[in-house]
Design a protein around this ligand. Structure first.
Ligand code: BV8
Length: 233
């Protein structure tokens, strides 16, 4: 039975685009000059660890040069002011939601400012470069890798996400192309459990047809307007 005021929000690269971070599917389908399969799969990490570690080092370093935009800030305001639960599930690995003040954030695809030990599973905060062979402080193995969920790996927090979707009265998808599963299937899970569904995106996504309502435009305009109207309601 939906909780009348529980909201689940899913964000993707589009919410961080106006902060200056590249989305995945830019012109020519390249991502910062790489094909996704060359930098975001376990095979790529095994084949060329230096390339993969460097790719994420560059993206981690880029965080220092960007800031949250009005969309990130509006979601933090919603979390502070909404009388029900607000769960923010992000596919993004940047820290802009946290820097905007959001607290209940689930990084289902990992985070740039985290390292994962491939030997013991330890996850730890990491801010600087992470060269291949970096030593894990928990098990002393030279096995630290970017704490990123690659294609073919299991996203984090799926049980908690599915539980929240089953209780939500509203599911809102912001700035994602709906190209990657299981995130792209959340709208269907939410609908099946009785939630209303809203898409806020620059253009129609692969999943637009599953939403009760779609609004198209830049997140920095759509998201604050949506939050202001919800809080005024
Ligand atoms: C899994 C790492 C099993 C972090 C990422 C065949 C069919 C269906 C599924 C599969 C299949 N073959 C394989 C699969 C599974 C696969 C998958 O979905 N493949 C796709 C390509 C078909 N998925 C997996 O492997 C996942 N794991 O399935 O495990 C499982 C599942 C459940 C339970 C148990 C086991 C793991 C996927 C994770 C991969 N890692 N990222 C990083 O490096 O950053 S994926 C990466 O791309 C993102 O994290 C994100 O999830 C995904 C999509 O990116 P978006 O965020 O949507 O960005 P994109 O550029 O695509 O779109 C941006 C959007 O914003 C656009 O629509 C644009 O219009 C809009 N926009 C732009 N500017 C603005 C804007 N909107 C508003 N304002 C703006 N200013």
């Amino acid at each position: 039975m939906p909780d009348s005021r529980a909201i689940v929000i899913l964000t993707g690269a589009g919410i961080s685009a106006e902060s200056g971070l590249a989305t995945f599917r830019g012109p020519g389908g390249l991502w910062e000059g790489h094909r996704v399969e060359d930098v975001c799969t376990p095979e790529a990490l095994a084949r060329d660890p230096a390339l993969v570690h460097r790719f994420y080092d560059l993206r981690r370093a880029a965080l220092a040069g960007v800031a949250p935009n009005a969309a990130h800030e509006a979601l933090a305001r919603l979390e502070r002011s909404w009388p029900g639960d607000v769960l923010l599930v992000t596919q993004n690995v940047d820290d802009l939601h946290e820097r905007a003040g959001s607290q209940a954030v689930l990084h289902m695809h990992g985070a740039l400012r985290s390292a994962l030990c491939a030997a013991c599973g330890e996850r730890l905060r990491w801010d600087g470069p992470l060269p291949p062979g970096s030593v894990c402080p928990a098990c002393a193995g030279p096995a630290l890798r970017p704490d990123i969920v690659f294609f073919g790996e299991i996203p984090y927090e799926m049980d908690r996400i599915e539980q929240a979707l089953s209780r939500a009265s509203l599911f809102v998808s912001i700035g994602t192309s709906g190209a990657v599963y299981p995130a792209a299937g959340f709208v269907r899970m939410a609908r099946a459990c009785g939630a209303g569904t809203l898409e806020l995106n620059l253009e129609p996504s692969a999943g637009s047809g599953w939403f009760d309502e779609c609004r198209h435009g830049p997140a920095s305009q759509l998201v604050p307007a949506w939050v202001d109207a919800l809080l005024a309601g």
